[in-house]
Design a protein around this ligand. Structure first.
Ligand SMILES: Cc1ncc(COP(=O)(O)O)c(C=O)c1O
Length: 461
């Protein structure tokens, strides 16, 4: 029997190896499960409960900043990342660990791909953490540029345009029509550091061919980063289609009951990049956690991690109900005389309908489903008017007027005056956000009540 005195450096190194092997076994077991089982259990099992958590059937939430170690040898091994540990809540905590493991499994579900995940304080910090490492100084590629879909969330547009371009001088090459592969191809050159797109985009609901854009990026030796917030792994899993890194604003549908702001960054092993070290490319999310994330500090609270994990267990079921309701609403609105246009990937009038059918399927059912978000353009007398749109919007009684989406409660948003206000008229034109654009994200209420509310509001126009 080893006494504490015998637990030296080598003892902890061996212990670390055992822990890694045991974790691999739990991953292999979870890889055989269906999506809902992975979402419900992740890597938390009886052994974890009995050994570390007083037998609790739910994952731990420790309100504590730091982990204690038995002796200096354990501390040295742990803090040089040679054994799994969480050490300090700015780097990790036991709750974020289980959230990260489950997220990586869901995002790579249905494939042999091994993913790793880093949970962050917000979706916008996940984007920053995912993109920063590709924008460092590199003499071989002196004038960095980013090729990004212009149809992205307003906060992402501003992060790229203001923080990257205006403040740091990095060129942003906007792809105006993300369905057009030639446009992506024409913008990538030897100084492009990464390619970025949203699937589907918020709020214009545009999509792009993930596999083809990934091929274009890889031909130039650079990664494709996809914000998959509005699809979620219950519909589309970009890593399995060729993307290198996926980010989520898990503040949205992943934590649908709306208790937290949280981001996820999930990467697959051995990403493509001409920038950075081999260690960075081999396991990007883990590398980001141990190095830049630790230094920059956008950590999440353990409470946010556990609340998100709890909601994630029912993700597929919510996506199914929300998608069915949104589709019914889209069909209803498409025929309505006061509506100019409906953007929803499930409609045959949708420009990339066949691509949507290829990429958007409810996991484990094979059925096409197209998500919880649509946008409409309300009929106005002139293109720059929003009079009718505001009358409709102000008359909503069940749907909340808020800058939010993916919630269990239906939310409607006028994006030109909210999420996309700061980017100005020119930026909004690029992102296809019009004064009469209204985004509607269906919740899990009964669809009849959602449509009744929209109908009574349209009668006020
Ligand atoms: C598509 C998309 N990506 C990223 C973000 C930013 O996420 P967060 O608000 O969690 O920082 C949002 C927020 O609305 C979003 O809709």
């Amino acid at each position: 029997m080893k006494t504490n005195k015998d637990k030296d450096f080598n003892y902890w190194i061996e212990k670390g190896k055992e822990m890694v092997a045991e974790r691999r076994q739990r991953i292999a077991r979870a890889k055989k499960w269906k999506f809902d089982t992975v979402a419900t259990h992740g890597l938390y099992d009886l052994n974890q409960a009995l050994r570390w958590n007083n037998g609790s059937i739910m994952e731990p939430t420790y309100l504590t900043p730091a982990q204690a170690y038995l002796n200096s040898a354990e501390m040295e091994v742990a803090l040089s990342y040679q054994m799994p540990n969480w050490c300090y809540s700015r780097i990790a905590n036991p709750s974020s660990f289980f959230l990260e493991e489950a997220s990586a499994l869901l995002e790579t579900y249905g494939s042999d791909i091994q993913g790793t995940c880093l949970a962050t304080a917000s979706g916008i910090s996940a984007i920053r953490t995912a993109t920063d490492p590709f924008l460092v100084k590199d003499g071989n590629f002196p004038n960095p540029n980013i090729v990004s879909s212009a149809k992205v969330y307003g906060g992402t547009f501003q992060q790229f345009r203001v923080r990257r371009h205006i403040e740091q001088g990095i060129e942003i090459r906007w792809v105006k029509e993300p369905e057009d592969l030639e446009e992506w191809a024409s913008k990538i050159d030897k100084n492009t550091r990464f390619v970025y797109g949203e699937f589907p985009s918020n709020p214009s609901v545009a999509i792009f061919d993930i596999s083809e854009v990934a091929k274009l990026a890889h031909e130039s030796g650079i990664p494709l980063i996809v914000d998959s917030t509005c699809a979620s792994p219950a519909l589309t899993r970009p890593l399995t289609l060729g993307a290198d890194i996926v980010i989520h604003s898990a503040s949205k549908v992943i934590s649908g009951s709306g208790t937290s702001i949280i981001g996820l960054l999930i990467s697959k092993m051995n990403i493509t990049s001409k920038i950075g070290t081999d260690e960075m490319k081999e396991d990007f999310a883990t590398w980001a956690k141990f190095w830049p994330f630790r230094d920059n500090g956008p950590a999440l609270h353990s409470m946010a991690a556990i609340l998100t994990l709890n909601d994630m267990r029912t993700l597929r079921m919510r996506i199914e109900q929300m998608s069915n309701s949104t589709f019914a609403l889209a069909r209803y609105l498409e025929k309505h005389p006061k509506i100019d246009r409906v953007h929803y990937p499930g409609l045959e009038s949708y420009p990339a309908y066949s691509l949507a059918k290829k990429y958007m399927k409810l996991v484990d059912s094979g059925k096409n489903m197209f998500g919880f978000m649509l946008s409409v353009e309300i009929k106005e007398d002139t293109p720059d008017s929003s009079t009718n749109t505001r009358k409709f919007y102000d008359a909503l009684q069940l749907a909340w007027r808020a800058a939010d989406l993916g919630r269990v409660k239906t939310v409607a948003t006028l994006n030109a005056i909210s999420t996309h206000q700061q980017q100005g008229e020119e930026g909004r034109a690029l992102a296809a956000v019009k004064p009469n654009t209204c985004r509607i994200a269906c919740g899990v209420e009964h669809v009849d009540d959602i449509i009744d509310d929209i109908e009574q509001a349209l009668r006020k126009v």
